[in-house]
Design a protein around this ligand. Sequence first.
Ligand SMILES: NC(=O)c1ccc[n+]([C@@H]2O[C@H](COP(=O)([O-])OP(=O)(O)OC[C@H]3O[C@@H](n4cnc5c(N)ncnc54)[C@H](OP(=O)(O)O)[C@@H]3O)[C@@H](O)[C@H]2O)c1
Length: 330
Amino acid sequence: MSFNALVLSETDGKISAAFTQLEEASLPQPENSVTVAVEYSSLNYKDGMILQGIGRLVRTYPHVPGVDLAGTVTDSSDGRYAIGDQVLCTGWRVGEAHWGGYAEKCRLNGDWLVPVPKGMTTKDVMAIGTAGFTAMQCLDALEWSGVEKGAPILVTGASGGVGSSALMWGAAMGHHMVASTGRMDNEAVLREWGASEVIDRAEIADAPAKPLLKERWAGCVDAVGGETLAHVLAEMNYGGSVAACGLAGGNSLNTTVIPFLLRGVKLLGIDSVMASFDERLRIWTRIADVFDAGKLAAITTEVDLADIADLASQILAGQTTGRTVVNTQR
Ligand SMILES: NC(=O)c1ccc[n+]([C@@H]2O[C@H](COP(=O)([O-])OP(=O)(O)OC[C@H]3O[C@@H](n4cnc5c(N)ncnc54)[C@H](OP(=O)(O)O)[C@@H]3O)[C@@H](O)[C@H]2O)c1
């Protein structure tokens, strides 16, 4: 049976994307394989990089991108999944080293799947996607390291996918969320999503580069990295923690050990891609506990698969807002 897929090809080092009818028999056949009729995918920063061929994340073409997917099982050699089950996949380098979710069908290793949590749809879990999952990992890590409810948690890159999700989840968990943004015209929206305060990112990025600055934050969800992360480290309260998950502003980190030595600041690295199945279940359970369909809809824009190539450059330029869920049937 044939199905529609967005297929990337490489010619003379240039990446191009085209809609192609593929036969189900052409899908890769991993161990423990489960075939999924994909209903929704999403747009993440990494999708933008893959669609534009940045960072050599994809080594073999032709390639089907899409790091996230959710849909219904149509065939399974894995005893944990039966035809008709609703499943989701984020991470495991799907859409990067393995064919991904920008298609009507995908075949995956059953170890990479998670059942769609009760009370959520395939569209809900893709509106959350890798970015929302990572935001909850960050908040979970901050709580684990001792950040208490009511203490200020800074969110950098607040208008983006990780940032918007962190504001939404953090406020629902009872935290005092502070949004840092380069788009102050989004202030009202950021407050609606969960920010109690909104600051201009220039306040952080333009602060003098000193080892220690005035203490401001008990926790930070950092999606930006680079100079921003260096300045945030200098502004952390005594004993505060930063969950570092992103590099939207750069992958360098030019800092000193002083915040760690004199203020006991903790820098927590967050990776969503290789998280274990048990960790995924735990984080999805935490998400399900605070899930509010109306609030999720407020941070989400639905687009068609046909729109995705144009959106790649926008997400890399920091021009998309909130989460983008992709309807793979259109
Ligand atoms: N560790 C993991 O497992 C993991 C998982 C998911 C994502 N990530 C990473 O997290 C980052 C954010 O992902 P995302 O999906 O949220 O991306 P996104 O939707 O593009 O959001 C990034 C946000 O960062 C801000 N920003 C963009 N360029 C900037 C710059 N040059 N300097 C300072 N701020 C800038 C913008 O927010 P404002 O306009 O509000 O400032 C932008 O909306 C990416 O680097 C991504 O690769 C990592």
